[in-house]
Design a protein around this ligand. Sequence first.
Ligand code: GDP
Ligand code: ZN
Length: 313
Amino acid sequence: MTFMNAPVEFPARVVESFGRRAIVLTADGERLAAELFGKRISIVCGDEVQVRMPRPVAAASGDAPRIVSVMPRRTLLQRTDSRGRTEPLASNLTLLAAVIAPEPVIDAFVVDRYLAAAAYSQIDAAVIVNKSDLASSAAFAALVEEYRAAGYPVVSVSALNREAMDELRALVRGQSMLLAGQSGVGKSTLTNALIPDSAQLTRTLSDSTGEGRHTTVSTALFHIPTGGELIDSPGVRDFAPALVSDAMVQQGWAEIAKLSPNCRFNNCLHMREPGCAVIAGVEAGAFSARRYESYKRLLNLMRDLAPDYERRR
Ligand code: GDP
Ligand code: ZN
């Protein structure tokens, strides 16, 4: 084997993945279309991978660069589909930002599910209040206060007014952030404000084939010129976290973690148990009754989604 024919390997980051194909970003900032090598590798947007270039003779015949290995993931955000199957959304995230706005009307249970999913994946969470240029109702202001009281960083922005984005730019600096939120809260507008050329860069893979246009759109990772990175994922709509055990569900609520050491039973699920400090906290007004209901709903949802719930216990 001569030196000229030796395969060249280098590390890269998966910025878009679709089936067995991916767009990777090299250390030099070059975007390359690559394919998975072998059946045993699976990748997700955000992965750090090792890429092997084809030999010149193979490249001439149209062989693509190959992803030959995946580095261990620091974090992995996953979702559960309606059939109870787990699906990875993005890896190596450090921050999940749940976006809410005075309009459309917010389904707070969905927001709580995003925040809980971040906790289960050991990813920090924050709440972004978008459309701060609009008047907000008392109910919306109360919701924002619930998240502040729960301990989440809350950042107010207006995606339509780029000056009102400084606090968000500071939040995401040094982070790998995913924007989660229901349709219409302004995720795309925020993405475009943070990354002016994201519209040109996005969806290279699903657009190039056409096959994805009416079905799945790929997740994409962008570098923010003012620092940090943003992951844009269509999988955040209609979101349920990956299944976790009954005992773990409560880890998605910082308020419960504060109160539960005083529960009579150390395996208390705060449903109906006697001597439950969490229920007492709700009754005393120290823990939002709505957030508590949301916890119970997610616990029940997890039990419904788990095909083999009895065996998980
Ligand atoms: P997405 O579904 O979460 O991606 O939401 P979009 O980014 O498509 O925004 C939904 C609508 O809200 C669009 O009509 C935007 O122009 C509007 N919008 C987004 N951000 C703001 C904002 O800060 N203020 C106001 N007033 N409208 C906004
Ligand atoms: Zn309890």
